[in-house]
Design a binder for this molecule. Structure first.
Ligand SMILES: *Cc1c(COP(=O)(O)O)cnc(C)c1O
Length: 428
C-alpha cells in the first residue's frame, strides 16, 4: 500500500487562524453555558434513580402535558402524505404559509398585513440571525435589554455591530428604562430589541408601556425589533399586545415562530414580519436587504411550510387554553416554592413566557463563589439544571423555567431548596 495518496513532501504551515470572536461567543449562548453547567453531572442509574430536572432551557416538548395539538400533527402528516411539498421552496417562503401567518397576526392589529410582509425562517433563531446581519454595518450599534436573550449580542458582535445594554427595571415589572435607552442612543444606533412576553424575565408589557417605547424610538430614529416568540403565552392579569400595533408610529420588525405556542421547537419554522404601514422599510431598503440575505441562506423545511395554513386554521382554542392552564399551575408552584427558599428572592411573579428571574443572596451562602459556581454545584449535587444569570447578562441571578411537568418541577425546586439549606451559613 502507498503511504496515502500523493503525500507531496512536508506539510506547509497551515494558513488557518481560529476566529477568536467566534470562539468567545460560547459564553454568550444559553447552550454553551448550560453545557458547562451540565459537565459535572453523573447520572444515577437503575430503577428509582434520581433523574436530571431540566430547569435550564425552555423546551417543555418532552413532557406529555405539553404535547403539541393533534391538529398540528395531522397538518404535517397530511402534507407529507400528499407528496406535494418535497421540492425546494422559494427563498421568502411558500405563499400560502406567508398569507396564513399574515392573517393570523392581523387578528391583533389595527391594519391588515399581507403575505409580502412575512418572511419564513428556520425558527425565530434564524430570524434573529438575519435581522442582525441586515442591520449591521461598520460603526453601527444596537440596543439590547439587560437581562436579555444573549443570542442577539452573539449575532450582532459576530457581524461587527456593537451591542449596548439598556436596563430592565425589576421593581417595575421589568419595564424598559427609557431614560437609559435615550442616554445610550446616538446617530449610529439602528434599532432596539424588546422581548415580550419576556425571556428571561417573564414580563408582559402593557399597551401604555409599548406606546412609550414607540414614541421614544420614533424620536431617536431607531427601529424596533419585537421578539414575540412567546406571543399569547400569558397567564397573569395582562393580555399580550403586539408591538406591531404601533407600526405607524415606528417601523417594527416582529420576530416569531411556532416553537413556543405550539410547543414544537424542533419543527424549525419562524418568521420575520414587517409591521410598517408607512413603507419605511421599503424606502430604506430593509426589505431588499432581507430578501438578499434569504437568497444566500437556507430555508425552513418545505413540508412544515406547507402545513402552516392548516396548522393555524385547525388548532383548537382548547389546545391553547390547556397550555395556559398548565403554565398557570406550574408558575404557581414555582412562586410558592421559591418563597420558601431563604437565599433566593424573586422581584415579581411571571405573567408570561416560561421563565422567572431570581436573585441569589450569596451573603447567606457559604463556599459558593458566584452564580456559575452555584449552578455547577447544584447540577452536580442535586441533578437540577438552572441557568446562571451571567448567561443573560445578569450576574448572580438565576433564570429558572417553570415550563415542565408539575411533579418534576416540585421535585426540582425541593432539591434546589435542600441544596440552599445545605450550603447556608446559618445552619439549622
Ligand atoms: C426560544 C427563543 C427564540 C428562538 O426560537 P426558535 O423558534 O426555537 O428558533 C428566540 N427568542 C427568544 C426570546 C426565545 O426564547
Amino acid at each position: 500500500m502507498e503511504n496515502g495518496a500523493g503525500s507531496g513532501g512536508p506539510a506547509a504551515a497551515w494558513n488557518f487562524v481560529p476566529n477568536d470572536t467566534l470562539l468567545g461567543l460560547t459564553a454568550l449562548s444559553v447552550r454553551g453555558v448550560l453545557g458547562m453547567v451540565k459537565a459535572g453531572i453523573v447520572e444515577d442509574e437503575g430503577a428509582g434513580a434520581r433523574r436530571v430536572v431540566p430547569l435550564g432551557h425552555g423546551d417543555p416538548s418532552a413532557f406529555p402535558c405539553f404535547r403539541t395539538a393533534p391538529e398540528a400533527v395531522d397538518a404535517v402528516a397530511g402534507v407529507l402524505r400528499s407528496g406535494e411539498h418535497n421540492s425546494y421552496a422559494s427563498c421568502v417562503g411558500l405563499e400560502p404559509a406567508r398569507r396564513s401567518i399574515a392573517q393570523y397576526l392581523s387578528r391583533d392589529l389595527p391594519y391588515e398585513l399581507s403575505a409580502n410582509d412575512v418572511y419564513l425562517t428556520s425558527g425565530c433563531t434564524q430570524a434573529i440571525e438575519i435581522i442582525c446581519s441586515v442591520l449591521a454595518r461598520p460603526g453601527a450599534n444596537i440596543l439590547l435589554p439587560r437581562p436579555g436573550y444573549m443570542f442577539y449580542e452573539a449575532r450582532s458582535v459576530f457581524n461587527g455591530m456593537e451591542a449596548r445594554y439598556f436596563n430592565l427595571l425589576p421593581d417595575k415589572g421589568w419595564e424598559v428604562d427609557l431614560d437609559d435607552l435615550q442616554a445610550l442612543a446616538d446617530k449610529n444606533t439602528v434599532a432596539m430589541v424588546i422581548v415580550n412576553p419576556g425571556n428571561p424575565c417573564g414580563n408582559v408589557y402593557t399597551y401604555e408601556h409599548l406606546a412609550k417605547i414607540a414614541e421614544t424610538t420614533r424620536k431617536l430614529g431607531i427601529f424596533v425589533i419585537a421578539d414575540e416568540v412567546y406571543a399569547h403565552l400569558t397567564f397573569g392579569e395582562k393580555k399580550f399586545v403586539p408591538m406591531g400595533v404601533f407600526g405607524s408610529v415606528v417601523p417594527v420588525l416582529t420576530l416569531g415562530s411556532i416553537s413556543k405556542r405550539w410547543v414544537v421547537p424542533g419543527w424549525r419554522l419562524g418568521w420575520i414580519v414587517t409591521n410598517d404601514p408607512n413603507g419605511v422599510f421599503q424606502r430604506m431598503k430593509v426589505v431588499d436587504s432581507i430578501k438578499s440575505y434569504l437568497d444566500i441562506s437556507s430555508d425552513p423545511t418545505t413540508f412544515v411550510q406547507g402545513a402552516i395554513p392548516q396548522l393555524i386554521e385547525n388548532t383548537k382554542e382548547e389546545f391553547f387554553d390547556k397550555t395556559i392552564e398548565i403554565l398557570r399551575e406550574t408558575v404557581d408552584i414555582c412562586w410558592e416554592k421559591l418563597k420558601g427558599i431563604s437565599c433566593i428572592t424573586c422581584p415579581s411573579k411571571p405573567e408570561g413566557s416560561m421563565f422567572v428571574m431570581v436573585k441569589l443572596d450569596l451573603s447567606c451562602l457559604q463556599d459558593i463563589k458566584d452564580d456559575m459556581d452555584f449552578c455547577c454545584r447544584l447540577a452536580k449535587e442535586e441533578l437540577v439544571v438552572v441557568l446562571p444569570g451571567c448567561a443573560v447578562g445578569y450576574k448572580n441571578w438565576l433564570r429558572i423555567t417553570f415550563a415542565i411537568g408539575p411533579s418534576s418541577l416540585e421535585d426540582g425546586l425541593d432539591r434546589l431548596k435542600s441544596f440552599c439549606l445545605r450550603h447556608s451559613k446559618s445552619q439549622k
